[in-house]
Design a binder for this molecule. Structure first.
Ligand SMILES: NC(=O)c1ccc[n+]([C@@H]2O[C@H](COP(=O)([O-])OP(=O)(O)OC[C@H]3O[C@@H](n4cnc5c(N)ncnc54)[C@H](OP(=O)(O)O)[C@@H]3O)[C@@H](O)[C@H]2O)c1
Length: 342
């Protein structure tokens, strides 16, 4: 059984790489069927065909100190320890570079891996080998980390992000209108077209949020009861102004690295509610509630199978070109998730 490139992009562990300790969700049916509208972007020969590389050491993107990703991350050979009875040996096939991964490498994320660490937290992998006590998975299965009541309308910023694109599609499938805030850019019409094709109802730039014309939108749809914020700073304050009285703004990211400022009047006269969301914490809180987590995953899988929820626009980058991918993931207006293909 080959042991190539095990979890090459995984944040929470330092080498030597242990068989993946993350609980894994079998991706059933085969993920190819999870992308019904496009051919599956990951092309990998079956395990048997790749046995020619058996014995070659697994590769990992390691960082030994925190700093700018392109400067501190290096592609290195990893050591795979012996498979334990309950362990699963996974070869990662593709893994996105997310803002949280960049922040972990920079050392600015609220949780950090002990150094040296292998970067990354998400992706899809193929099971190569399972310990004798593992019943739920078998070699060849594709897996993802177990970790991927709205009003009538929802407003969100960074609407072209991976999360934002998912919100647009899930809201559309649920009959909820979306008002989507993006940064202005030279190719704005192209971005607008793309988000409309996903199901966005309104797309406004951060500047337009402050204009009186915003009122026109609310002649056709109710003001949102929910705002989703992953930016912070002035544009978030502007977005908050459009919430219904007693509406809730959930902050789940801080791309602008600016605090959220709320006018006193919003609390006193409109009674807005501010909440935070962190998936890591949410998962911990729901660890005992596997039924509802499985129910949510099932709902999402059904949307995917029906073609109502697709992956964000992606650029596949060979692993060796990781520096270019890291750079691109931090550039503005790229609108494409960098996926390292292993
Ligand atoms: N709380 C949680 O559990 C959780 C989980 C997952 C993700 N997140 C957060 O969700 C956000 C989106 O993640 P993702 O993976 O979907 O990201 P992504 O696809 O990489 O997109 C990043 C987005 O941020 C925007 N952006 C970057 N800098 C900005 C700035 N200074 N002002 C306004 N917008 C800016 C980009 O817009 P341009 O196109 O204009 O550059 C793009 O829309 C991130 O903040 C991430 O940390 C949080």
């Amino acid at each position: 059984m080959q042991r190539a490139a095990v979890r090459v992009l995984r944040g929470a562990r330092s080498p030597p790489v242990r068989p993946c300790p993350v609980r894994l969700c079998p991706v059933r049916p085969c993920p190819v069927r999870l992308c019904p509208v496009r051919p599956c972007p990951v092309r990998t020969p079956p395990v048997r065909e790749r046995s020619a590389v058996a014995g070659s050491p697994p590769l990992g993107l390691l960082y030994e100190r925190h700093g700018e990703p392109a400067a501190v991350v290096q592609l290195k050979d990893l050591e795979v320890p012996k498979l334990g009875d309950s362990d699963v040996h996974v070869k990662m096939l593709a893994a996105p570079i997310n803002p949280a991964d960049i922040n972990m490498i920079q050392g600015t994320y609220p949780i950090l891996s002990p150094l040296p660490a292998v970067g990354g937290n998400e992706g899809v992998g193929e099971v190569l080998e399972v310990g004798p006590r593992v019943m739920a998975l078998k070699p060849g299965d594709w897996v993802i980390p177990a970790d991927a009541g709205l009003g009538d309308s929802v407003i969100q910023n960074a609407a072209n992000s991976g999360v934002g694109q998912a919100v647009i599609q899930i809201a559309r499938a649920s009959g909820i209108k979306t008002i989507n805030v993006v940064r202005d850019r030279p190719d704005l019409p192209k971005l607008v077209e793309r988000l409309m094709a996903l199901g966005a109802d309104y797309i406004v730039t951060e500047e337009m949020l402050r204009k009186p014309e915003m009122k026109d939108i609310f002649k056709s749809i109710p003001r949102p009861r929910l705002a989703l914020n992953c930016v912070g700073g002035k544009s978030t304050t502007d977005m908050l102004r459009h919430l219904q009285p007693k509406g809730t703004m959930v902050t789940y990211g801080g791309m602008a690295k600016q605090p959220v400022t709320v006018p006193v009047s919003a609390f006193i006269f409109r009674d807005v509610r501010l909440r935070g969301f962190w998936m890591t914490q949410w998962r911990k809180q729901h660890a005992q509630d596997q039924e509802s987590v499985a129910g949510m995953m099932d709902t999402l899988c059904q949307l995917i199978r029906r073609g109502q929820l697709t992956a964000p626009a992606c650029t596949q980058v060979p692993l060796q070109e990781y520096r270019a991918a890291l750079d691109a993931s931090m550039k503005p207006f790229i609108s494409s998730k960098q996926i390292l293909v292993l």
